[in-house]
Design a protein around this ligand. Structure first.
Ligand code: ZN
Length: 289
């Protein structure tokens, strides 16, 4: 199966579906990342050109770690618009890869680039199968399933249709965060006025934040304020009820890290082979215990 994850920026796919990406690759599926923006806005010292180059290097390292193709489009950060030209570029891009599953942003989001990508994917979705739209690239005969990443925006709230426990691949997800050096150790700490410790090992520990054990409560996780371990654990804590429903009490109450997805009504319904693939990815986790 082919799975396309479409983010606005080079960390949107990584942090929201890096665990699922890693599981799907291990299960023998093909995963591709697309970042619609080039990363130029994400630094306070380097200029735009230097930042784009540095971000490209970091994304290449993520691609090598995961074993995926990773495309970055040359749109400047904070400038992405869901116009006809970009929609058609996306239609052609999706058709050429012909994914069975597409994962991207919802339109309900704080960042204009995220909203633009959400709208572009929605605008492209029906046209994927319309032969006279972008006739230079053959239309798809089968509509992919489309899912949205988890977010915390409330109007309307995100609906967790699909839950994937990612405890077994959390080290890789944290490693992915660690590879985005210019972001996690430079730009984001600058924006939050945080002090980053010296030394590779020390700063990686700082990046992870609070140590999460089997005894850490959901309340402790939900009230913790920083660190990528906490960030990834919050998804499991937030959707504990749904995890227990999905995995049963034994596993569902133990899972520390999860990813959640909402199925878009504009793609194919989540049935058949795509559902089986996601069930496999979710069940793969169970073998950890
Ligand atoms: Zn983003």
């Amino acid at each position: 199966m082919r799975v396309l994850m479409i983010g606005a920026h080079q960390d949107d796919n990584e942090f929201r579906c890096g665990g699922l990406a890693n599981k799907l690759i291990k299960l023998g599926h093909e995963v591709r990342f697309l970042s619609c923006c080039n990363g130029c806005g994400g630094h306070h010292i380097m200029n735009a050109e230097e930042t784009v180059k540095r971000r490209a290097g970091e994304s290449a390292a993520v691609a090598a770690l995961l074993g995926i193709r990773y495309d970055v489009w040359d749109n400047d950060d904070c400038s992405l618009v869901a116009d006809l030209e970009t929609r058609r570029k996306l239609i052609r891009y999706i058709r050429e890869f012909a994914p069975d599953l597409v994962i991207s942003h919802r339109q309900n989001d704080y960042h204009a680039d995220h909203r633009a990508v959400g709208l572009l994917v929605q605008d492209a979705s029906y046209m994927l199968t319309v032969p006279h739209e972008c006739p230079d690239v053959p239309a798809m005969r089968i509509m992919p399933v489309i899912m949205y990443y988890e977010d915390r925006f409330m109007n309307p709230p995100f609906r967790p249709d699909v839950l994937i426990g990612v405890d077994d691949v959390i080290d890789i997800k944290l490693q992915i965060a660690h590879l985005n050096v210019s972001q996690v150790y430079e730009w984001l700490p600058y924006t939050y006025e945080e002090e980053v410790p010296e030394g590779e090992a020390e700063r990686f520990e700082w990046l992870k934040g609070m140590e999460i054990t089997k005894d850490t409560t959901d309340e402790e996780i939900m009230t913790a304020t920083r660190g990528y371990s906490v960030r990834f654990a919050k998804v499991a804590a937030r959707f504990r009820k749904e995890l227990i429903k999905r995995y049963g009490v034994e596993y569902g109450s133990k899972i520390r890290y999860a990813e959640a997805y909402e199925v878009s009504e504009y793609g194919a319904p989540l049935t058949g082979a795509v559902k089986e693939m996601l069930d496999d990815a979710a069940a793969f986790f169970g073998k950890v215990y």
